[in-house]
Design a protein around this ligand. Sequence first.
Ligand code: ADP
Ligand code: MG
Length: 241
Amino acid sequence: MIEISHVNKWYGPSFQVLKDCTTSVAKGEVVVVCGPSGSGKSTLIKCVNALEPFQEGQIILDGIKVNDPKTDLPKLRARVGMVFQHFELFPHLRIIENLCLAQEKVLGRSHDEAVAKGDKLLERVGMKAHANKYPAELSGGQQQRVAIARALAMDPIAMLFDEPTSALDPEMISEVLDVMVDLAHEGMTMMVVTHEMGFASKVANRVIFMDKGEIVEDAQKTDFFGSPRSERAQKFLSKIL
Ligand code: ADP
Ligand code: MG
């Protein structure tokens, strides 16, 4: 579903943020990306749905080359759900309207269709009772569940998550992770930047460890937790586990 080959990216003339990154995510696979702050995790997943350009290498998403000038990027982005650290709901729109906007504007669904889909997804993330509230009336965990529902409303072929729980109070983390675990069990293709190793050990198929712009380790979950090959990954794990 996602193929990343030999991606090199620079910010400015001399700072190389991604160094020869190669990996892939198969359909239905859950890949967790971890590593120290500043190692390039966010940059890598932003390259996947073309929120960031890169200078060398190639990324193919469901058969479509992301870095091809002929690729319709808005259309491509609409097919990949993205959930960030900060929920980024539209503050002036009610929850249900947050879920409908892109369905109508980008996918051309009728308002009724969009509302029906939105309702179903709010139910799925346990937020149906809050459909008519505004984002500011919800807790961070609730907003993040809405953000996930909003992404799912677009029928994405894959979901990208960038530290979706790291801005949340501890008691709200599990309610968001539970939604993500369900998604994983339903077979969603997911690439998840997170330091929640409980989540990783529960649902990840593979774990990627990045350091200084490089993919240092790309291993089956059991191998990664059992015996990370690199010293850098061992050190990292010993600090967070
Ligand atoms: P991570 O998500 O692993 O913390 P990032 O991908 O956000 O890492 O950042 C990797 C490196 O690139 C960091 O050193 C960061 O300061 C730098 N960086 C991120 N975004 C930009 C940008 N827009 N311009 C210049 N440098 C950036
Ligand atoms: Mg980041």
